[in-house]
Structures are given as C-alpha cells and as structure tokens.
Design a protein around this ligand. Sequence first.
Ligand code: AMP
Ligand code: MN
Ligand code: MN
Ligand code: MN
Length: 293
Amino acid sequence: MRIDLHTHSNRSDGTTSPGALVRHARETGIDVLAITDHDTTEGWAEASEAAAAEGLTLVRGIEISCKLEGSAVHLLAYLPDPAYGPLVDELGRILDGRNARLPATVAKLRAIGSDIEEDDVRRIAGDAAGIGRPHVADALVDKGVVQDRSEAFDTYLGSRGPAYVKRYAAPLEEMVRTVAAAGGVSVVAHPWGRRYTHQALDEARFAALKEEGLSGIEVDHQDHDEPTRAELRSIARNLGLVVTGSSDYHGEGKVDHDLGCNTTDPEELSRLLDLARASAQVAGRTTPEVLLP
Ligand code: AMP
Ligand code: MN
Ligand code: MN
Ligand code: MN
C-alpha cells in the first residue's frame, strides 16, 4: 500500500486541480492520498468526488500556517470537522493575512524595479483560497524577471529577501488544541526543514506538544537529510508519536517533490486513523470513516 499524506492542489500553491491531483496519484500507484492545501479545505469536495470515482482512499487534511516563538511551523491537520467554528475562524484569519500582504509585497517589488501588479498575481492565483508567495513567484516568472519559483524565493521573496512581508500565523500550541477539539489529529510538517528555524522544536517541545494533543511528526520529507530523519525518528519513537513520510507535492511548482517520493508506513497510518477516531469521539465531532484499501 503506497501512502502519501502531504500534497497541494491549486486551491493553494500547487498547480493541478484537486481532481487532477487525485487522478495523477492513481496513475502513479498511490493508494492513499491526503490533500493538504495551505490553510483551506476548499479542495476537499472535488478531491473526494475524484477519489470515489478512481477508487483511491482520500484523507482530508490542511497544512496550517503556525508560529512558535516567532518561527514559522507548518502543522498538518487530518480529518478535523471543517465546520468547527474556532477552526473556521482561525483559518479565516490566516487567509485574510495572506491576502492582505499582497499589496505590500507588490509595492516592495515595484520599488526595486519590477513591473508587477497585484492583478498579475491574482490572475495566477486563480482558484486558490489564499495568495501565497509561490503565486507572486509565478508572476515574476511570467514577467521574465526570474527563471523559476526557486530563483524568485532566493532573490526576492525568501524571509531575508527584499520583498518579504510578514503575515499572520496561528500560535502552534493553540492550533494543536483546536485541531483536537475539531475531532482531528495533527502532525508537525517537515519540522527541521532547511527553511525553518527549528531550535524551538526539540524533543522536550515535542513532548509538550504531545500533551496538547499532537499525534505525529513528518519525518520522511525532502527537506530532511538522512541524519535529520534518523534523529526525528528516534524522537518520535521515544515519545510514541506517529511517523509519517510524504512528498509535499506541488505539481510543477516544486521540483524533487514527485508524488510518492516519500511514503508513510501502513502501520503508522493505521495508528493515525485510530487516533483520529478517538479524537472525533472525545470531541463529539463526526468525521467520515476513512476506508483503507
Ligand atoms: P507562503 O505560503 O506565502 O508563506 O509561501 C511559502 C510557500 O512557498 C511554501 O509552502 C512552499 O511551498 C513555497 N516555497 C518556499 N520556498 C520555495 C522555493 N525555494 N521554491 C519553490 N517554492 C518555495
Ligand atoms: Mn506550498
Ligand atoms: Mn510546508
Ligand atoms: Mn506543504
């Protein structure tokens, strides 16, 4: 069974529709796929429909923009009730922050000589629920300012770049509690990835997050080298946290993140689903059963 628990569609910064994402996963031999767009559940309905048609098992997820001691941390939330008020409110705040930062980003780019307009970015963002820097990057590629997304991040949009603008992110511990209260489970995405300062995410912190309801750690991810994976795996084992592995697929938006390039062990998924069932029961929320192939 091939399981990929972290992928993006064009409802965030991926380049394929949710339906096309599911069909591509099927062609690639993925049996269980999670759709985890940034800060939105907008892709779930179309992905569910396609998954039913293709006979693929879909796990509905969100990659939520959080912060811990001032650093960005991404939290993968699986199977929360998407109608749970506090979750809806917080995702709304994050999406508002994403959309509000566009004028400032464009102003900074124009100040350093790029002939780019907000509408260029909005057109590219198309069906996305919120604007992300990758959409700005694509607009810069369109204008011939840079070759690809990576160059746009390296030159302009990265956190130390001249066009970087801060935005709202949810406090991590609070979000772990919110996801649990929504009947879902949470897994810290690529905790020690290159772009994230991870000093705050050590074993003691993972232990504390587990107390708040954290279920797992995304260990196998392209942003982690082998020693990093080994160390995170051992932390997860020590703390009894679920270990996941995923592609973080973004369609054509990210190279070296092909579907299934990392996968999750079926036993780990089954533990995660047990935890999700227990979480929904404690929270008094209903989430549809995920039927494994
Ligand atoms: P934002 O969500 O607007 O903060 O932008 C961050 C997103 O940009 C991440 O989710 C990544 O998917 C993407 N990203 C970050 N760095 C790069 C890069 N060097 N090349 C391509 N995409 C990137
Ligand atoms: Mn992304
Ligand atoms: Mn991420
Ligand atoms: Mn991601």
